[in-house]
Design a protein around this ligand. Structure first.
Ligand code: NAP
Length: 501
């Protein structure tokens, strides 16, 4: 008892020495919610989350298309502080992940911190504080800003002649129109990424005709998506140690197998992945011509790997057609391909992906010396260890430039980045520092080393993908996930520059 009192007194005394800091978080997706929970746990009370939409959940709010499933195993896709024994399947449906993220936000009382429909339009660093403006006219000052704006967030709309003239329903996959029924309709889907593949598997039996417009074939791994039994769930609930062991085993397999393979550190795993995709194709596509059309001419893993055991059976159905002729234009009645054929459609889904390289491009972000983030990144985004940029003190990124964005758990990535950021914030709190940002030469050196590592990754082995930005740079972490965790375990204090209060 006495000992506890002493400890509490010591803690109070320590807390009084701590400078209070206010933190703005941009984005109420999975990353922003984790940051808010952890900041509060660290004793920071002044937290404001700005969310441009009217709900939390980020990608899991935006994507509601039929068949949406996370290709990261469920038990890996969780916050470390909120393991979930109740996942229904090996790979969870998007709606279940949305409920999970919302449930965690509710449990930790995060929602009162969120200002909805509030897009951050301007951030200006003036005298050690970020002056933040939103589209709603809010203006406030914060010591620290954490960008948690997400990666796969800005839909890419294709630029086809006549797209606006289409007479049926037309929408991007991330803006699914649930007011419309697909039953008995002729649906066209443009794209063959994870999204299109999942939609095909989910809707083929509902529609009269499905036409999938493929520009480039993709490798598909046919992992089954088994249901967890009630007994499994009860065991995980009653024996959390067992759930942790399941997590660790999945993490080992993914991070040391797949993740090491794609960065050129595990040749054998890469070959196993390639063989697994080829076997899936050979065993499930029986028509020679269709198999030829579906066979990529690049290595598995070059584009982000697709996981689905439904796609090949679905695209083989009599009412499905894989269209490989290029699209000439869109007409009111459908899609006209280069061979002159009109593919008549009632519904057109643009499963054409996202621009993952935008970050804060839509806001005006003005750094310490008046430079903007957009001008700093005018020849490509870069950061020091994915987290921060010289000249933009106390601005930290979750999912920043060159974050690991392969088939990983973004939740794990974001938590790893958050704990690094928290250590930088503690420098501000405990040492009465006004600002911290990475040294320019150290940042340059980090990015030179990073660029040298890119060519040995499978992403650079000869395909086009959303990993590339418009300058031809690959925006992913080119080393193992273990190295990511090592580099972000603790800041190297001499890599930063500081200013006292
Ligand atoms: P994506 O992988 O970028 O695929 C976009 C598709 O649209 C590609 O097939 C692309 O063809 C095609 N395309 C784009 N513009 C086109 C044009 N003008 N003409 C013809 N085709 C065009 O996008 P996504 O499928 O939405 O997936 C994005 C990422 O989201 C995935 O890689 C994955 O990381 C993530 N995702 C994850 C899950 C999950 O399970 N966690 C589910 C869905 C999505 P090209 O290949 O020729 O460029």
């Amino acid at each position: 008892m006495v000992k506890n009192k002493v400890l509490i007194a010591q803690k109070r005394a320590k807390m009084t020495e701590v400078r209070s800091v206010s933190v703005a978080i941009i984005g109420a997706g999975a990353g922003g919610i984790a940051a808010a929970i952890k900041l509060r746990e660290a004793g920071i009370d002044s937290i404001s989350i700005f969310e441009k939409e009217n709900d939390l959940g980020g990608t899991w709010r935006d994507n509601t298309y039929p068949g949406l499933i996370c290709d990261v195993p469920s038990h890996l896709y969780r916050y470390s502080f909120a393991p979930n024994p109740d996942w229904s399947r090996t790979f969870s449906p998007g709606s279940e992940i949305y409920k999970y993220v919302r449930g965690v936000a509710e449990e930790y009382d995060v929602e009162p911190l969120i200002s909805y429909d509030s897009e951050v339009t301007r951030l200006e660093y003036i005298e050690s504080r970020w002056h933040l403006h939103t589209n709603k006219g809010f203006q406030g000052e914060f010591d620290v800003v954490i960008s948690a704006v997400g990666i796969l967030h800005h839909p890419v709309y294709p630029d086809f002649e006549g797209l606006d003239s289409f007479a049926g329903d037309c929408f991007h996959s991330a803006r699914w129109d649930h007011s419309m029924s697909l039953i008995g309709k002729r649906i066209g889907i443009i794209g063959t990424g994870s999204t299109a593949v999942q939609i095909v598997g989910a809707v083929v039996d509902d529609v009269e005709k499905l036409s999938l417009f493929q520009r480039t074939p993709q490798w598909v791994l046919g992992a089954p998506n088994a249901f967890y039994s009630d007994e499994d769930k009860a065991r995980y609930r009653d024996e959390p140690g067992e759930m942790e062991r399941a997590y660790n085993s999945l993490a080992r397999t993914l991070n040391h197998g797949f993740a090491a393979a794609v960065v050129g550190e595990n040749e054998e795993a890469l070959m196993t992945m390639q063989a697994g995709c080829q076997q899936n194709l050979d065993e499930n596509i029986h028509d020679d011509e269709l198999r030829r059309k579906l066979t990529p001419d690049y290595s598995a893993g070059c584009k982000r790997l697709i996981v689905s055991d439904l796609f090949y059976p679905a695209i083989s159905k009599p009412n499905a057609e894989l269209v490989t002729e290029s699209i000439s234009r869109i007409e009111p009645d459908g899609i006209r391909t280069a061979d002159g054929r009109l593919h008549e459609l009632d519904v057109l889904v643009l499963a054409t992906g996202f621009d993952p390289h935008r970050f804060l491009a839509d806001s005006e972000v003005i750094g310490r010396d008046g430079q903007t983030l957009n001008s700093t990144w005018s020849e490509g985004n870069y950061a020091y260890k994915t987290i921060c940029v010289p000249g933009f003190p106390n601005l930290f990124f979750l999912g920043g430039p060159n974050s690991p964005i392969g088939n990983f758990s973004y939740l794990l990535t974001a938590e790893t980045q958050y704990s690094y950021i928290e250590q930088l914030i503690s420098l501000l709190r405990n040492h009465t520092l006004a600002e911290v940002d990475p040294k320019p030469d150290v940042t340059d050196e980090f990015n030179r080393t990073l660029k040298k590592a890119i060519p040995k990754t499978v992403w650079a082995s000869g395909c086009q993908s959303w990993y590339f930005d418009k300058f031809g740079n690959i925006g992913s972490w080119p080393w193992t996930f273990a190295r990511f965790e090592e580099e972000l375990a603790q800041p190297v204090l001499s890599d930063f520059q500081y200013r006292n209060c």
